[in-house]
Design a protein around this ligand. Sequence first.
Ligand code: NA7
Length: 862
Amino acid sequence: MKLDFATTALLTNMKLNALPPFSELTPDEARLVYSELAKSRRRAGTDNVSAENISIAKTDGATIAARILRPEGEAKAVIVYFHGGGWVIGNIDDFDPLGRKLAEANQAVIVMVNYRKAPEHGFPVPMDDCWAALNHVAENKQAIAGVGGDVPLFVMGDSAGGNLAAATALRARDENGPQIDMQILVYPVIDGRRDTDSYHAQDKQLFLTAESMDMFWDYYTPKESDRLNPLASPILAEKLDGLPPAIVITAEFDILRDEGEAYAESLRAAGVPVIARRFDRQIHGFFSMSDILPVGAQAHDWLAGEIDRWLSPPAEVDAIVVGAGFSGMYQLHKLRDMGLSVRVFEAGDDVGGTWYWNRYPGARVDIESLAYSYSFSEELEQNWVWTEKYAAQPELLRYCQHVAERFDLRRDISFNTRVVSAHYMQDKAAWLVTTDSGERVTANYLIMATGVLSSAKTPDIPGRDDFKGDTYQTGRWPHEGVDFTGKRVAVIGTGSSAVQSIPLIAEQAKELVVYQRTAAYSTPAHNRPLTNAEISDMKEHYRAFRETQRLDAAGIPNPERQPESVFDVSEEERNRRFEQAWDEGLLTGLSATFSDLGINEEANNLVAEFIRDRIRATVKDAQTAEDLVPKAYPYATKRPCIDTNYYETYNRENVSLVNLRRTPIKTITPTGIATTQGTQEFDAIVFATGFDAMTGALMAIDIRGTDGQRLADDWAGGPRCYLGLAISGFPNLFTITGPSSPSVLSNMLVSIEQHVDWVTDCIGWMRAHDYASIEATQEAENEWADHTAHLAGLTLLPKADSWYMGANVPGKPRMFLAYVGGVGVYRKICDAIAADDYHGFKVTPKAELQIGQRAQTAESAA
Ligand code: NA7
């Protein structure tokens, strides 16, 4: 039974009464049938709502009828309502009962608009009428609402009315129109292309059919080109950011379901807060037929609750932390320890960040587990037992979960919650943060613990969405795992994630083809179980080790960096060191053998050649070996990989390599991948295509600073971030391991702890001095940017097209995104800045803020 009983009864009734479909009626007949249907359903309206009919004069001489429905008592909002009916049928009498219910349930004034209808008045007339009505209501809002103060203004509509509500919201944004506080779209018409899955499914046409919709579109937009106008098809708007928050209601068995949900998704992706809900077992129209369909009434109640939640003042905490990976968890612990109230928002359903999302086969840390762990708690250090030299993802996730439990972190973390916007309120020196569930919270401090490799990049390969088989992204791997047994699998990409997963996928798959754009330098990890002796030795010396770690250049003291130039030793000694490093299997092993490998191309070429020879010696097929040999960039200018059986895997019968430099991908087809050499069929494609590193996660959030400026705009030419920690124009906002800090060039745990400690101390200092806000100065930010770029320029790092350089994301400005001066040096600089009363920052004392507030109040009173 797909539908609920009430809906089944309604549809059966309609069938028994042999009601003709709208598509077989003239517009006038359809209007009559619709009004009769509405009348037959109508129960006595509530007396608690009064009605006033008004006429709105348009500048073109037309007048539009509207009805103001006022609930008893003070209204909390004014809602301009555009009714449904395919722009052709329906009127404010038909929708009067619904308007009254909404007025009562929401304690809101509803203004029902009788816009003119198609086909007599096609696009853009109905939309223009709605626009005029909206403007009229906005101009007379207080009188209409009957309140003295300001009152929020919403637009709302169902079906074609939802289309008009979305269109007027777009228009208000683009034409500097009235401030709309929310758009409520009930199974809206959104996409004139009419090509979603629900459009083609028969079971979605139980009430509203494709034929009727075609007819409505033909009447509304007789000119085909008008259908693609964003004011007719809002989903086709060039951009959706800056639109009012949205509530989107859809019905499971509705032809319009998918376009409504796609719009909700697109709004969300553009940073608009969206509350979306699909009502199961319901048909199109259920919301306005609440008299006979009880779920319609439930939907009214649900909507009223959501609106109420939206209108209630935001919750207040001292600090908000975004992200519950290693950074967010530790930051929560530290701030809570200091007595602050903290909320953490996390998109995943548990802690772990990187180790929550990256569940692909073979995912493993590339820093030794004993060193890649928190140092802040000796108890934790002593209690936790790592099993392998390089812990695999499940063990790392367990570690994160253990930390969350040990320090009781989960109670302050909201999971499955994505922050969509953060706006600075200068008068309060606080951030207003909005989540994708519409929750709003304010906090004095906003700490972005959003991770540096967390914004997984969808590759811009033509035809990507056409592939009908399974697709996976290493950075967003399914929780239940994937079985590739017997499958023909393609892996695109040969970075660290690919290098780790390829050997394991090859063991399962019937056939594996790797598509390589740039060959990696990978060296064996020699992963193995840790011995008890190793573990207890580290536990005994952990304190001293941590001290060394904190002052080391990369937070990775093992192995020690050798001071000599590669040219100061004999060839024999050089090879001895290279071989020893190769056998030890440490990420920085080869780089540490000599002092000049990272700064002198000739020196670098010696280690690069050493690795190239090893690849040639391992891979049996000469052409494959040559393709796998990295030649285009110096060693370690992209993050090197360490692996288990990566090159050996290419000796398997079922594995082959496609060199995309020779034979680029033309397109992904519904069944495979076409290169310039031919097409290969696949059951699954794995995208191991990396991340929009360092800045992607920050720029995805609508962060606005002191003058309402957007961070994404400020950083359009590349990020500027003082110490990688703070941004001019965005006070009280801190970025853990932000751009221009050592972050990815280091053991992340060491850098995370240093940043969290520094931020916590800074907040402590502000509170001790009664400072309301702290902000990086532009001068300090510029000086730091120059210093960072200068240091990077002394190395070979800018020579590679790496994600360190932003080069892996089309259109991203090319600049080196991390601080290469070393973790130890960087720590000392940060400490010195703090000791010097936060040199390079400006502060606002709380007292000044209060004076400002008083002045503002006096001004508005005057
Ligand atoms: P990486 O290291 O950025 O690797 C991504 C790989 O995907 C790399 O080989 C890219 O080639 C390749 N790629 C990206 N886009 C495309 C397209 N459009 N076509 C073909 N190939 C493409 O990401 P990982 O997830 O492997 O590792 C990220 C970090 O996580 C790693 O450094 C460790 O620190 C942990 P390219 O090199 O850009 O030519």
